[in-house]
Design a protein around this ligand. Structure first.
Ligand SMILES: Cc1cc2nc3c(=O)[nH]c(=O)nc-3n(C[C@H](O)[C@H](O)[C@H](O)COP(=O)(O)OP(=O)(O)OC[C@H]3O[C@@H](n4cnc5c(N)ncnc54)[C@H](O)[C@@H]3O)c2cc1C
Length: 472
């Protein structure tokens, strides 16, 4: 692989500033940051900068500003929209900034550096008998900085909100290398524009997040059920019914189609449906309360009402954490199991929860009419109206119809989502992948406002250029 040359003077000064552990130009390190998680495209970078402090990060960004060098910040590189993979930019990897700086259990807050993986925040909270509730399949690798920059969601949004909702304060290196110290444990601080929210969801296009103060919560005990439902309408009606009984203690409500479970069980013989059923849908529902027996009682009462109303036909409540974990393993294995298909065209969309049944029916009909033989796998965070929607084709298909039609399929899924008052990016973000399509969907006023913010905070256009919003 070849990489563009760096200005020799910039290179010398960067090497001196970052030291041998922080200045990496060897092929192995550059290649490791240049391929995304799914390996669907190939990036490239001339240098991987790995600062070990906010001051070092700021000095490096100042140097980049001086020489007009573009920077792509990178955390765990688990993003799914081609935002954190460099395409010729210098890579600013946060992997050496992983410290937990402070935990204030009385204030229910935690201050942690941006390169720490999510599990680190969860463990630090747990050690102080607190909960940091964000949870997602990539939590061992995805970093605090990446999660804030993509405003990540996951499986507990229904109760605790997205990453933006869990944010109290930020420390950011601005595009000119200045440090904004906005770390704060305050819940109330009405002092003008709330700057931290400008950087949340900005995908590194406005500055480098170096640390964050996050909200903690009381620890909870969970009760988890695996429920069979006949139709998607029953699934959303079940959600409403469970919430009527359990209120905001419903933490997760995930929808899983039976064909996804068949696919997983065929791929992995160690996994099986905990409660086999001929019905088309399974729901993974979790209620969390201070006491496990209370959570279980509420769940049992809600399920009894669901059976009475004909919304669910069968359910298993996990007897222990191991069994609950085995339910979640099925849910989390779905993205990987799609390897079984020759083609899988994936989407991350949201619609209002009430529109889910119509969205599913109409989109499937349109895709299957246009591409007979397609198999639809739609699963996800139904409690947030967020579906991971895939059109798949078995490897064994004798007349492949989906390959080379990815764009046409995506057009159908996205058009249907928009016609149901939805979004074509529910939780994964924009990156390079959806930048142009979103520009045509959002109002010109919103695009102009976003460009104005970008110009004001990054006048040279060096912070992760060409992601989120085009400056052309
Ligand atoms: C198996 C799997 C499951 C997933 N499940 C979910 C899910 O349920 N919900 C969900 O929302 N996402 C999910 N994701 C997507 C992904 O994990 C998130 O987008 C995550 O937030 C990215 O974190 P990261 O550290 O890997 O960031 P990267 O991928 O490294 O970067 C993502 C973006 O953030 C920017 N960035 C990174 N660090 C910083 C920083 N310190 N300062 C400024 N900008 C920065 C990058 O430039 C890039 O634009 C999943 C991914 C995988 C692989």
């Amino acid at each position: 692989m070849t990489y563009p040359d760096l200005h020799p003077e910039f290179r010398d000064r960067a090497e001196k500033l970052l030291g041998p552990k922080g200045f990496r130009t060897d092929d192995e390190t550059r290649d490791a940051v240049s391929a995304p998680w799914r390996g669907t495209y190939q990036g490239h970078t001339p240098l991987v900068a790995r600062p070990n402090s906010t001051e070092m990060c700021a000095a490096f960004v100042r140097l980049c500003a001086e020489y007009g060098v573009a920077v792509t910040p990178q955390g765990g590189n688990t993003g799914l929209v081609d935002a954190g993979t460099p395409h010729g930019e210098v890579t600013l990897s946060m992997g050496r900034m992983t410290e937990v700086r402070a935990v204030d259990a009385i204030n229910n807050s935690l201050t942690i550096e941006a390169g720490a993986p999510l599990v680190r925040a969860q463990e630090a909270a747990d050690q102080h008998n607190r909960l940091f509730p964000l949870s997602l399949g990539s939590e061992g690798t995805a970093t605090i900085g990446g999660l804030i920059s993509t405003n990540a969601g996951g499986v507990a949004v229904l109760r605790y909100g997205m990453m933006r909702d869990l944010l109290l304060g930020l420390e950011v290196v601005l595009a000119n290398g200045e440090i904004w110290d906005g770390l704060s444990g305050l819940r109330k601080n009405n002092t003008g524009y709330d700057l931290k929210h400008v950087f949340a969801g900005a995908e590194g296009t406005l500055g480098i997040i170096t640390a964050a103060t996050l909200k903690l919560f009381p620890k909870v005990a969970k009760s988890t059920a695996w429920i069979s439902c006949e139709t998607a309408q029953h699934v959303v009606d079940l959600l409403a019914l469970v919430r009527d009984h359990a209120g905001d203690t419903v933490t997760s409500f995930e929808m899983i189609p039976a064909n996804a479970i068949e696919m997983i069980c065929a791929e992995n013989l160690a996994i099986r449906d905990p409660n086999p059923s001929p019905l088309a849908w399974r729901v993974l529902c979790e209620i969390s309360m201070a006491r496990e027996d209370h959570a279980r009682e509420v769940l049992e009462t809600a399920l009894a009402a669901a059976f009475e109303h004909g919304l669910a036909s069968d359910a298993v409540i996990a007897e222990n954490l191991t069994q609950a974990r085995s339910f979640w393993t099925i849910r989390e294995t779905i993205p990987l199991s799609k390897r079984a298909y020759g083609t899988a065209v994936n989407h991350d969309v949201s619609v209002p929860v009430s529109h889910i049944p119509d969205f599913l029916a109409q989109t499937e009909t349109e895709i299957c009419n246009a591409f007979p033989g397609s198999e639809i796998i739609a699963f996800g965070h139904v409690g947030d109206g967020n579906l991971h929607y895939s059109a798949c084709e078995p490897k064994s298909a004798t007349m492949p119809v989906l390959a080379n039609h990815e764009r046409a399929i995506t057009d159908i899924v996205h058009r249907q989502a928009m016609s149901h008052d939805g979004s074509i990016s529910a939780e994964h973000g924009v990156g390079r992948l959806k930048r142009d399509e979103l520009a045509s969907l959002r109002s010109p006023a919103a695009t102009q406002a976003m460009k104005a913010i970008k110009r004001a905070l990054d006048p040279q256009g060096l912070m992760n250029p060409n992601r989120v919003v085009s400056m052309d």
